[in-house]
Design a protein around this ligand. Structure first.
Ligand SMILES: Cc1cc2nc3c(=O)[nH]c(=O)nc-3n(C[C@H](O)[C@H](O)[C@H](O)COP(=O)(O)OP(=O)(O)OC[C@H]3O[C@@H](n4cnc5c(N)ncnc54)[C@H](O)[C@@H]3O)c2cc1C
Ligand code: SF4
Length: 338
């Protein structure tokens, strides 16, 4: 039997609506739609109704697929997902399991045998934040804006690269959001993320990532709405890619070039010296304290913006005119019940 040679692609869905609801190019959605059409089921991560936790669900209809779209930046609760996957596999259903590399490796170990009807897709990730940090942050935001009803960690209001968070209708530019800053500074990752075994040992059929650095590798595949980097690791993965490629704009790329600006594919995050203090502070201190200590720039930026906004309001009152509301740059998108 010929050995399978890993292939890498830049790709995105030909449908803009799919790309908009996805973190990068919407490749995951297309794979899922295909598996559902074949009568299969999908396992992936959604946010709970109260928006406090990320959790696995099983999806067997296209209507529910959008619940899985987009990255949720916190560790997902598995519950009895592995047992449920096994039951579906034993019942001869085609199963697409998606998640971080460590969860895919965990599932394969749990199953302890190969199933032809199982396809695993992992997201290349640099780590998952602590669920407690997310809860504290969500409560802090709710104390100011009302009940959180919807969260999008990768809102593309200002494009894919300048993504931000959208909490209900509130859009927060990434660099102004304390949670995002604590995440991107690596203070709050799970301990295993600093020594990630999945970087060297992946059991997935396909890995998907944001194609950071695309402008240097294949600029014609970058229109600012999001392009996925697809790394096909097995023959089964290649078959899936070939089955959906008609619905993609795609181009094969060199693996080493493609991952140059994406260290999350091959290197673990560096554990910051303050990580332990960060978590002991999180236990005992207020979220305001956490912002001052661990995301001071965002605090400074927010105060500066508040000052500017106050000046604008004063000017408006003095002039007696009305200025339209605008979103600033890019950020997180939240929906609160006021
Ligand atoms: C925590 C996390 C960190 C990431 N870090 C990086 C990175 O450093 N560099 C990079 O290039 N890409 C990273 N990604 C991957 C990237 O953001 C996109 O998920 C990927 O490009 C696929 O996008 P898509 O448009 O095909 O599909 P999307 O619709 O965006 O993909 C959704 C998929 O992500 C899964 N997912 C969402 N949240 C979680 C979660 N908390 N745990 C497990 N699975 C989850 C869903 O089950 C689904 O399979 C990360 C993703 C996550 C979840
Ligand atoms: S960095 Fe590694 S250990 Fe951490 S969530 Fe991602 S795959 Fe798992």
């Amino acid at each position: 039997m010929e050995t399978f040679i890993q292939k890498s692609y830049a790709a995105y869905s030909t449908e803009d609506s799919i790309r908009l609801r996805s973190s990068s190019g919407g490749f995951f959605s297309l794979c899922s739609e295909y598996v559902l059409q074949k009568g299969g089921v999908i396992y992936g991560v959604t946010m709970s109704k109260d928006c406090y936790t990320a959790e696995y669900i099983r999806v067997d209809s296209a209507n529910d697929l959008k619940k899985l779209c987009g990255s949720k930046y916190l560790q997902a609760n598995l519950g009895r997902t592995f047992q449920s996957v096994k039951k579906d596999l034993e019942n001869d259903l085609v199963v697409l399991f998606s998640g971080t590399g460590c969860y895919v490796n965990g599932l394969e170990t749990f199953l302890s045998k190969k199933y032809d009807n199982l396809i695993c897709i992992d997201v290349v990730c640099h780590g998952v934040p602590s669920p407690k940090l997310w809860r504290e942050y969500a409560k802090f935001q709710e104390s100011k804006h009302g009940k959180l009803e919807q969260i999008n960690f990768r809102a593309k209001e200002e494009g894919w690269k300048k993504f931000g968070m959208k909490e209900n209708h509130l859009y927060i530019p990434r660099e102004k959001d304390p949670f995002m800053n604590m995440f991107l500074d690596d203070f709050c990752l799970r301990p295993s993320c600093y020594k990630c075994r999945a970087k060297k040992y992946r059991l997935s059929d396909i890995s998907i990532a944001d194609f950071w650095g695309i402008e240097k590798v294949t600029p014609e595949m970058n229109d600012g709405m999001g392009t996925s980097l697809i790394i096909v690791r097995t023959e089964k993965g290649q078959k899936l890619f070939d089955s959906i490629k008609e619905k993609l704009n795609w181009k094969e790329v060199d693996y080493n070039e493609a991952i140059r600006e994406n260290p999350a594919e091959y290197r673990s995050a560096i554990r910051p010296l303050q990580r332990d203090t960060f978590f002991s502070d999180l236990q005992s201190r207020s979220f305001n304290f956490m912002i001052r200590k661990y995301a001071p720039d965002t605090k400074k930026i927010r105060l500066r913006n508040l000052w500017r906004k106050a000046k604008r309001i004063v000017k408006k009152i003095v002039r007696g005119g009305v200025t339209p509301k605008t979103n600033s740059n890019y950020g997180i998108f939240f929906i609160f019940q006021s």
